[in-house]
Design a protein around this ligand. Structure first.
Ligand code: DX5
Ligand code: ZN
Length: 215
């Protein structure tokens, strides 16, 4: 599945940008929520998600990069999110956070920074729908993929398969045409890409091309 991250889109014409990736065959939209605390930037909040909800039927994948995820879940549920992930590094009571998301009828995910070990999330795997493995430090689009994350993805895939879990693996950061194949081989289910899609000359064709590579 391909999840274009609108962080690199032109916010002055978001509707048109979303239409382009829809036409290209995007499976979902990845929405990066940054609070200026957990990460330096501030991006968007529930009102923007609510507006996006009105113009697309695509699955809305909300990636919370905020220090207090529990306080923010309800407002993103109301805004129309379909999936919410929060960072393990921010969660004091992750089981409660997962339950809150799932009780609202949404898919729940835990995000891990590139150097946060996979062991931190193993006990949560039976309870979450997806694990988001960051392949750049969260905070900005357009950074380079951190190579060691490839091995981390392979290890996570093995653990999930060996235990028969249904947890999907999402990768986020530095995803491009030239690493798609190795990421697919490593076992990724959901590919987030921001700058590779929205900074390209033709976002629609770029999504199409990605789909072709992934087969
Ligand atoms: C980074 C965000 C990403 C970002 C990815 O903190 O979580 O979703 O948009 O951007 P690219 O694909 O440009 O690395
Ligand atoms: Zn993200």
């Amino acid at each position: 599945m391909i999840a274009p991250s609108i962080l690199s889109a032109d916010f002055s014409k978001l509707g048109e940008e979303i239409k382009k990736v829809e036409e290209g065959g995007a499976d979902m939209l990845h929405l990066d929520i940054m609070d200026g605390h957990f990460v330096p930037q501030i991006t968007m909040g529930p009102p923007v998600v609510k507006s996006i909800r009105k113009i697309t039927k695509l699955t809305l994948d909300v990636h919370l990069m905020v220090t207090n995820p529990d306080d923010n879940i309800d407002s993103f549920v109301k805004a129309g999110a379909d999936m919410i992930s929060f960072h393990f590094e921010t969660a004091h009571t992750p089981f409660r956070t997962i339950s809150k998301i799932k009780e609202s009828g949404l898919k729940a995910g835990i995000a891990l920074n590139p150097l946060t070990p996979i062991s931190s999330v193993l006990d949560a795997l039976p309870y979450i729908d997806f694990v988001l493995l960051m392949s750049v430090s969260p905070g900005y689009g357009g950074q380079s993929f951190i190579p060691s994350v490839l091995d981390k993805i392979k290890k996570m895939r093995t653990i999930i398969d060996r235990n028969g879990y249904k947890t999907l693996i999402e990768v986020d950061g530095g995803v491009k045409g030239d690493n798609l194949e190795s990421l697919k081989k490593a076992g990724v289910d959901i590919f987030v890409a921001g700058s590779y899609i929205f900074k390209s000359e033709n976002p629609k064709e770029t999504v199409k091309k990605m789909k072709e590579i992934l087969g």
